[in-house]
Design a protein around this ligand. Sequence first.
Ligand code: GLY
Length: 269
Amino acid sequence: MATVRLDQKRRALVRDVPASFTNALARYFGTGPTDVELARQQQRAYIKALEDNGVSVHRLPADENHPDCMFVEDQAVVVDGHMLLPTPGHPSRVAEQPPIAEFLMAALEGVQTCTMGGEARMDGGDIIRLGDLFFVGRSSRTNDLGITSLRSLLDFFGYELRVIDIPEHALHLTSISSTPTDELILAPEGYLTPDDFGDLPEGCEILWMPGEEVYGCNTIGLPNGKVLMAEGYPAVKAALQARGLDLVEVDMSEIRAADGSLTCCSIFY
Ligand code: GLY
């Protein structure tokens, strides 16, 4: 989840992989998963990596009617104990939300929750957070009305929101970038430019990666200071190691086949 700071990442929600996962939406990184058991193994390793590095993980059962249900990041936006429940941008994914919302409302006692109405659409996967600065992707899943809803929430906290147009060859902002620490952004050449992000706060920088390592640009900063990354992205690995960061690598191949990145598979709350 990209909308909490590192020091807020103590609890994460995940959702089991359904047998119907082979029907998950897939257009960008793969042609669709074929091996549900392998995806489940990879999810178990992902959960273990979170737990081994200081995150307490809660699992929700799979929903067979929703092949993409493991990608919980899209369904709720948690910011400093408040929650926005977006209307997801793909119609097939809208009904994944109620059990996730119900769980988070119970877990976040007294949480202020807002929802979207009308034509507003947003996937949580379109948001990244760099300290107190937020970026949102205007994408095939997130529209201007959705962005207006997010802006209302962030205005409440006094946080700045910048909008980035997502190129057609990418799904979400988090499909092509992430903030492994509260000072670093990973972004791929050929997808994004420095102008997309604008001037960054002092001490922050963007690490530009070769376009062929776009999938590797999605990472998760862990509460113990390590960074979770997908196996197989040597330039990303070298850049993070050069910044003195310890890495935890997991195999994401079968989850990637459904356009799922590391952050897609959890919500920090
Ligand atoms: N397969 C993830 C998505 O398209 O939302």
